[in-house]
Design a protein around this ligand. Structure first.
Ligand code: MYA
Length: 450
């Protein structure tokens, strides 16, 4: 009974302060642009469109993002026939600066080598204390070191795409942003791009326009390797999402979720009724279900590739990537296959990853919210809803408190039936230097960024 409980999305949305700072710091720029526009009919029109949009939707203007090759609010109302594809004119790496961009005095760039234990600890500390929180500052993501090594070192990764900023004197790591190489199909076209993640600035250095400097630096480093597009997700609205997804949450340990303030019981609900409602079988039901092993990699890669190719936005995964991303790793990623006993075919696939959140409000004895996140799932021998019921059972057996899923792919076909409750935040999908002419439904998105 999802309607009887309310659930918060610690995961989807960074702090409200983030949004507020973006609004106030960029507002004057909109005015400047309007005056410049008097001399130029094109920019006057742009300014008017922007003004109308900000008035109508109270959308903040974006001093940085309006200068970047990304879709802009208003693109679709200007009436120009904009073509799908790269936004910037083609360039070569020889045109890209060899030097890192200017940082405020006292700071320096570094690359964070995650094979080095000390660096791993530094990145872990920075993120643990400063990364994404929910709007009410109750929960903060707590990526483990093993998780970071997994997510940031896929086949062909580049150390120079793991960008850090350090204090010159003490060498303390105070900011971070990462890219990893990937191939993604977008509306039938294959793009070699960088998946950007883990943008983080120490709390004491917020609202100083360091984020645009980090983004420009990672862009430079990605361009130097002749890559000109990127994909990223964020809780905040920036110019301009290609899709907007929503988190849903399935309680596994409702008692704990209520105790820590993650979920509230509806007025007419009692704890004993809720415990009963969220009860699951002790064991998965699919016959032939087992852990994925290394020998399964080719078959899982084939099954996934066939499935993912149906979607407008989806990763194109090599066998090496399937092995890296989807072979089970303790406390990081959990993957299972259903094998047909007679034919030895892999017919179905389940995966989820472990991303705990720290409980940062002090009103509970609990320290951590243990959350499983739905990753890639394929059902061919049973309906997806049955397979995902097994996913919930497996997550429960692995001691997770909650199972989270975005409304991507075919997830809408099981969310309600399996008693997921809708979260309170959106996750926006973005492409850098690649225009799509129409918004993409989340059910057409099959890209899960960890
Ligand atoms: S999403 C996770 C983001 N991280 C967090 O939420 C952690 C906690 N928060 C922080 O650490 C800071 O608040 C951050 C902003 C670092 C987010 N994505 O320095 P500022 C714009 C993009 O004064 P701060 C993830 O990791 C903002 O709109 N831009 O702000 C994916 C404003 O620009 P404009 C963002 O609060 C990252 C400007 O920054 C985000 O001190 C994808 C203000 O800068 C955001 N999440 O720091 C990055 N939040 O005036 C883009 C704020 O224009 C990659 N801003 O509105 C692009 C592709 C690059 C590669 C291309 C290769 C070809």
């Amino acid at each position: 009974m999802p309607e009887e409980s309310e659930t918060r999305s610690a995961e989807a949305s960074p702090s409200a302060k983030n949004d507020a700072s973006a609004t106030s710091s960029s507002a004057p720029r909109g005015g400047e642009r309007e005056n410049e526009g008097a001399a130029d009919v094109g920019s006057l029109l742009d300014a008017l469109v922007r003004q109308r949009l900000s008035d109508a939707t109270r959308m903040p203007t974006h001093e940085f993002w309006e200068t970047q090759p990304v879709g802009q609010f208003g693109d679709d109302v200007r009436g120009e026939a904009l073509k799908e594809g790269p936004i910037d004119a083609p360039k070569t790496p020889t045109e890209v600066s060899e030097e890192g961009g200017a940082l405020p005095p006292g700071y320096e760039w570094c690359s964070c080598d995650l094979t080095c234990e000390k660096t791993q600890e530094e990145v872990y500390e920075l993120l643990t204390n400063n990364y994404v929180e929910d709007d009410d500052a109750m929960f903060r993501f707590q990526y483990s070191q093993e998780f970071l090594k997994w997510a940031l070192r896929p086949p062909g990764y580049h150390v120079d795409w793991h960008v850090g900023v350090r204090l010159k004197v003490t060498k303390t790591l105070v900011a971070f942003i990462t890219g990893v190489p990937a191939k993604v199909q977008v509306n039938g076209r294959e793009i070699e791009l960088a998946e950007i993640n883990f943008l983080c600035i120490h709390k004491k250095l917020r609202s100083k326009r360091i984020a645009p400097t980090l983004i420009k630096e990672i862009t430079r480093r990605v361009n130097l390797r002749d890559v000109w597009q990127a994909a990223y997700t964020a809780g905040v609205v920036l110019p301009k999402p290609i899709s907007r997804a929503r988190y849903w949450h399935r309680s596994l340990d409702i008692r704990k979720l209520v105790e820590i303030g993650f979920t509230r019981l509806g007025r007419d609900n009692s704890m004993s009724r809720a415990v009963q409602a969220y009860k699951l079988s002790p064991k998965p039901k699919s016959e032939g279900l087992r852990h994925m092993t290394k020998d399964d990699v080719p078959k899982v890669a084939a099954l996934l590739s066939k499935y993912l190719s149906k979607f407008a936005v989806a990763p194109i995964l090599s066998e090496a990537e399937v092995e890296h991303l989807l072979l089970p790793r303790e406390d990081v990623v959990y993957s299972y296959v259903v094998e047909d006993e007679k034919t030895k075919k892999i017919t179905d696939f389940i995966s989820f990853y472990n991303l705990p959140s720290q409980i940062i409000h002090g009103n509970t004895k609990h320290k951590t919210l243990k959350a499983a996140y739905s990753y890639y799932n394929v059902a061919t021998s049973v309906p997806l809803v049955e397979l995902m019921e097994d996913a919930l059972i497996l997550a429960k057996c692995n001691d997770f408190d909650v199972f989270n899923a975005l409304d991507l792919m075919e997830n809408n076909t099981f969310l309600r039936e399996l008693k997921f409750g809708i979260g309170d935040g959106n996750l926006h999908y973005y492409l850098y230097n690649w225009r799509v002419t129409h918004d993409i439904e989340p059910s057409q998105v099959a890209l899960v960024l960890t």
